[in-house]
Design a protein around this ligand. Structure first.
Ligand SMILES: Nc1ncnc2c1ncn2[C@@H]1O[C@H](COP(=O)(O)OP(=O)(O)OP(=O)(O)O)[C@@H](O)[C@H]1O
Length: 683
């Protein structure tokens, strides 16, 4: 494909640009390293802050030998508009992970997130976006070794799938998740670059790049709205620790070190310890959005209408506020859309104001200080304590779950009698401390806390594996981005909780982002065609109406399904067989099978890791309980008995969905070993 290029040795030319860019990056780093802040900072706090910023900047300017400085080049037909381009006078741009400039400030490498880089991801023969040539670079061990050209305006050149993209997708997966900056696809790029103000929801089957897209979107938003998001903060929410560990390197590799990660449980368990679990039926009711109304009523039930007048003594005078006037103040505060705690704080001032009016009517001239003093008066404080008492969210939830009458009073017409019975504790705890709180209880406490004091909202939240959240969990996440936006990622077919999301529209409503656009990703970058076709046989049973993923990869021989009369031995043998290949291996099994298989592997002298432990070239086999497989991937997967995996779940649909997740973790090959008959859907 080099026929259009007049350059006699393009590769040499590009390598020269690479080494010059590297030198320029080194010079940029040295500039920062040589900054002397002694003279510019007046105090040690400023010095420490500045030093930290400098250290971060130095880290961000590191030249990582295994991540190429640039991966693409765009030759524009015309110089892009000066307002758009980082280097408007040039027509050729090298696209990389970060911006690099030479001593004169001219760009050597353009950040992939800059507007001028966008055509690298979006330009096509149909719409070349003024790009004459798009070049992709291939690297081997940090060396630039190949390039691939597309002449977008040349009608004689036929479109082909990029071999470099293909190679990137097929590269063995050892270690944590990698970034995909070099190969983001057009439909993914649209999501990555959608604006900060709007929320986006992405429905996509296994391996369509939802997690990758969500993480790159954060990196993009931080680039495009750095100041705003530095103030308001960003957060990535994932299903569990091992998953978060798996993805934690992606953003730092893109130069973003400030993004926090958490599970939903992490967010809501501040101050209490989760030691209990709920049976499914009660967790479903506790996770139902109607609980928000029960809690709202319970919190507000603490407010009482005053029946006694209030008498404030100041000096020799007594000021009397009649009960009906106090009641009017309370009614007005009740009607306002403010938090319980905020209203409670406003109440003494309102009462004091009424007293002040009385004083003025009596010819006094009280000022603000008098109002403050009245608000702090013991009689006023005592009245406020009776009328609008403090509410402890955990105590409130404890009482709802322990006291049938209290629950009935607030759940009347909201929860049925049976539902109320379901969530009442069997062994009522005496105190918040001794209670065996469950994860669902923690979410209730979080909701109650928000009714009392507004939860702090972040600038942007990415919610991964969203399909597993209960409505109450969506609400908990939603209140952490009320003033910001969200990226919601999930797959309805992979929902394995009893309260799994059935429709995105409804989930987004619970999240408070009903206006979010739902996008769909359908191209699969992980699972080979044969394997995804096999797994997709489950779709009609687990998520009728969802289209199967279109794998971009043909890998003949990637699926092997074997019946076995000695499954433990055959599973071990399949692991040994997989280990003969390069890359990571995951042995996925029903959770109850894990101890047996761990023993079998040990007896065979095969050491294995737990999910979340990083695979390395030396230690590549992970034993994965099916319950933790979500979101993860392995080059080769050995799947232990599907029917057992299905049977380990509370119902068939959940079992088949869990199986769908397990069947879709493989990048290069899947071996299914079954000692019992396969579920009929797979037969
Ligand atoms: N454009 C791309 N170029 C290269 N690799 C990609 C691209 N998009 C996705 N991938 C790779 O495909 C794999 C699957 O991506 P990812 O884990 O983000 O998918 P997912 O939709 O979140 O899957 P799941 O539903 O199973 O959680 C990852 O290894 C990811 O790096």
């Amino acid at each position: 494909m080099q026929r259009h290029d007049p350059d006699p040795d393009p590769l040499l030319h590009e390598r020269t640009h690479l080494s010059r860019s590297r030198a320029a990056l080194r010079a940029m780093r040295e500039d920062v390293e040589s900054l002397d802040i002694k003279d510019v900072t007046a105090n040690w706090v400023n010095a420490a802050v500045l030093q930290r910023q400098i250290d971060d900047r130095i880290k961000a300017l590191a030249d990582l030998s295994h991540t190429p400085l640039f991966f693409g080049r765009l030759d524009y037909l015309h110089a892009p508009g000066a307002d758009l381009a980082e280097g408007a006078e040039g027509e050729r741009f090298y696209i990389g992970r970060r911006h690099v400039h030479d001593a004169d400030g001219d760009p050597m490498v353009i950040d992939w997130r800059a507007p001028v880089s966008q055509p690298f991801y979006r330009a096509s023969k149909k719409d070349p976006l003024d790009v004459g040539l798009r070049r992709r670079f291939g690297y081997t061990g940090g060396e630039l070794t190949a390039y691939e050209d597309e002449h977008l305006t040349d009608p004689t050149e036929s479109s082909q799938t990029s071999k470099l993209l293909q190679a990137e997708i097929e590269r063995p997966r050892v270690g944590p998740m990698r970034d995909i900056v070099a190969t983001i696809q057009p439909e993914q790029d649209e999501i990555v670059r959608s604006g900060l103000s709007g929320s986006v929801c992405v429905q996509g089957g296994p391996g369509t790049g939802k997690t990758a897209v969500g993480l790159h979107r954060v990196a993009y938003l931080l680039y495009a709205h750095r100041d705003r998001l530095a103030r308001t903060g960003t957060l990535v929410i994932g299903p569990n620790r091992s998953f978060l560990h798996y993805i934690e390197q992606v953003l730092p590799a893109l130069g973003e070190l400030e993004v926090k990660q958490a599970t939903v449980d992490d967010l809501v368990t501040a101050g209490i310890e989760v030691r209990g679990t709920d049976p499914a039926e009660s967790a479903v009711v506790k996770g139902d959005a109607r609980m928000a109304e029960v809690l709202r009523r319970a919190v507000r039930s603490h407010v009482t209408t005053p029946t006694e007048p209030l008498v404030v003594v100041r000096g020799s005078r007594r000021w009397r506020v009649p009960a009906y006037e106090l009641a009017a103040i309370v009614d007005e505060l009740r009607a306002r859309d403010i938090r319980y705690g905020a209203a409670r704080e406003a109440l003494p001032q309102r009462i004091a104001h009424t007293v002040l009016v009385r004083m003025e009517q009596a010819g006094e001239a009280p000022d603000d200080r008098v109002q403050d003093a009245v608000a702090r008066n013991a009689a006023v404080k005592a009245a406020v304590k009776t009328i609008w008492p403090p509410v402890d969210p955990a105590k409130l939830v404890l009482r709802l779950l322990n006291d049938p009458d209290f629950l009935a009073a607030h759940a009347e017409g909201v929860l049925t009698a049976d539902e109320q019975k379901t969530i009442l504790s069997e062994k009522p705890a005496r105190s918040v401390k001794s209670a065996k709180w469950s994860a669902a209880d923690a979410v209730l406490i979080d909701e109650a806390s928000d009714l009392v004091t507004r939860t702090h909202s972040l600038g942007h939240v990415v919610l991964d594996e969203a399909q597993d959240l209960s409505p109450m969990q969506y609400r908990a996440v939603g209140r952490r981005c009320t003033t910001g936006s969200a990226t919601v990622l999930g797959d309805l077919a992979q929902g394995t909780t009893p309260w799994a999301t059935a429709s995105w529209a409804e989930a987004l409503r619970h999240l408070g982002k009903g206006e979010a656009v739902v996008e769909e990703l359908t191209a699969g970058f992980r699972v080979p065609r044969e394997v995804i076709a096999y797994a997709s046989k489950l779709l009609p049973s687990i998520s009728p109406g969802l289209a199967p993923v279109e794998s971009v990869r043909e890998t003949p021989g990637s699926l092997s399904v074997r019946e076995s009369s000695d499954p433990d031995a055959d599973v071990v043998a399949a692991c040994v067989e997989s280990l003969a290949h390069e890359g990571s291996i995951g042995l996925i099994a029903a959770d109850p099978r894990i101890p047996v298989l761990a023993a079998a592997l040990e007896a065979a002298g095969l050491p294995c890791l737990a999910p979340g432990e990083e695979t390395t070239a030396a230690s590549r086999l992970t034993l994965v309980p099916a319950s933790l497989a979500k979101g993860l991937e392995y080059d080769y997967v050995v799947l232990d008995d599907p029917a057992t995996l299905v049977a380990a779940e509370p119902d068939e649909r959940t079992g088949l969905r869990r199986l769908y997740v397990a069947l879709t973790r493989a990048v290069s090959g899947l071996t299914v070993i079954h000692g019992t008959p396969l579920p009929p859907q797979l037969a």
